[in-house]
Design a protein around this ligand. Structure first.
Ligand code: 5GP
Length: 205
């Protein structure tokens, strides 16, 4: 069988759209997927493990790495820095392993330049009203935080037009089926399968 390069699948969504649930399910169902472990300057939350969930860094270390060109993309989210290490990403993909990215929209925009073969999926809530209801339903968000997340969501959703696939998360099972279909589509796209293209072109030359 051909050895294909790993697929870089990038998931973006406004807060409350269900990105974490969908990405966990994909990682559980497809053991060939690795999770892209980002660097962050925020403190670990209970249960988070350094090196598995994030590489937790001081602000100084993050800035030193950033200046040295360590990141494929980076962004400041809610006052903390987040970044995707470039070399580790390329190594994993070259080894044939698929890689799932959970990053914000500003970072995804940069990744489109630095990792053009990545496949970008935007997860949308079914409506503004439903997103607001879900955020309130968490019970953990203050009124101020809900308003801030809703304003951010509007800015993020405006970027959804340039993504490769849109997944509307109304029913979780249907959204998950669409996400798996987007992943399959990525594995069938010529730009992401240089192995197939090279083989056939060489044969017909
Ligand atoms: P949290 O702190 O809740 O884990 O993540 C906050 C936000 O940062 C989420 O939207 C998440 O997708 C985003 N994020 C996590 N890692 C990265 C990264 O490496 N780069 C960028 N640009 N965003 C990230």
């Amino acid at each position: 069988m051909r050895q294909r390069p790993g697929i870089a699948l990038v998931l973006c969504a406004p807060s409350g759209a269900g990105k974490t649930t969908l990405s966990r399910r994909l990682l559980d169902d497809f053991p060939a997927f690795a999770f892209s472990v980002s660097c962050t300057t925020r403190d670990p939350r209970p249960g988070e493990v350094d090196g598995r969930d994030y590489a937790f860094l001081s602000k100084e270390s993050f800035i030193t790495l950033r200046e040295a060109g360590h990141f494929a993309e980076w962004a400041e989210v809610h006052g903390n820095f987040y970044g995707t290490p470039l070399a580790a990403t390329l190594e994993t993909l070259a080894s044939g392993r698929d890689l799932l990215f959970d990053i914000d929209v500003q970072g995804a925009k940069q990744l489109k330049e630095t990792l053009p073969q990545a496949y970008f999926v935007f997860i949308l809530p079914p409506s503004k009203a439903v997103l607001e209801r879900r955020l309130r339903g968490r019970g953990s968000e203050s009124e101020e935080s809900v308003a801030k997340r809703m304003a951010n969501a509007g800015r993020e959703i405006a970027q959804a037009v340039w993504f490769d696939a849109l997944v509307i998360n109304d029913s979780l099972d249907e959204a998950y089926a669409d996400l798996v279909a987007a992943y399959r589509a990525a594995t069938l796209s010529p730009g992401r399968r240089p192995d197939i293209v090279t083989e056939f072109i060489t044969e017909w030359e």
